[in-house]
Design a protein around this ligand. Structure first.
Ligand code: VGL
Ligand code: ZN
Length: 202
């Protein structure tokens, strides 16, 4: 058994004062830094959108952030502009240790398709390459942490379980957006997919 730690989207825009700030998002950084020391494989993900991305409300006439629209691949929450490639908002939180990570997976770069999951874009078909990387390093089991519990952590965990990895989400090292009950729904969906939830949701 080889264990990997997957650190989801600990970026400035998801931390306080960021464009899509997750309450308390920066509070998980010290715990994640400490946890990295215990894993032989560490991967970071980075939400990485081009300007004008299809998930931005500003790209849709008459739509406001947090409204839902219909995309060819299904319903899509529209977000404030965030994590634009190369900007300070897309950078990792300055206190996050990045040296222990062997790979950074960037996602959401396709202008027309969002990518919550670290494994597949929201069309649920286009791979990011993370599965291949983990398999070629003989990884069998994953621990996930990061931002946000109810979006990118949730979809990454469910996809990882579907792919056959053993998956634990450390809820103490995640923080949620919690839009219209999305945190409760995410916890239910992760449990139903066979994901082990450790600690209490925050
Ligand atoms: C995320 C909304 C939009 C996340 C990314 O990292 O959970 N949420 N883009
Ligand atoms: Zn995004």
């Amino acid at each position: 058994m080889t264990q990997a730690l997957i650190v989801i989207d600990v970026q400035n825009d998801f931390c306080p004062h960021g464009a899509l700030a997750v309450p308390g998002g920066d509070g998980i950084v010290p715990g994640i830094n400490a946890l990295m020391e215990h894993f032989p494989v560490v991967a970071l993900t980075q939400d990485w959108h081009p300007a004008g991305h299809g998930s931005f409300a500003s790209s849709h006439q008459g739509k406001a952030p947090y409204e839902v629209t219909q995309m060819p691949y299904g319903p899509q929450v529209l977000w404030p502009d965030h994590c634009i490639q190369g900007t300070e908002g897309a950078a990792f939180h300055p206190a996050l240790k990045t040296d222990p990570a062997q790979i950074t997976i960037r996602k959401g770069f396709n202008p027309a398709i969002d990518s919550y999951s670290a494994f597949f874009e929201n069309d649920q078909t286009t791979p990011t390459g993370l599965e291949g990387y983990l398999r070629s390093r003989d990884v069998t089991d994953l621990t996930l942490c990061g931002l946000a519990t109810d979006f990118c952590v949730h979809f990454s965990a469910v996809d990882a379980a579907k792919l056959g990895f053993g998956v634990t989400v450390d809820l103490t090292l995640c923080r949620a957006i919690d839009l219209d009950g999305s945190l409760g729904a995410a916890l239910d969906a992760m449990r139903a997919a066979g994901v082990t939830l450790s600690g209490d949701p925050m």
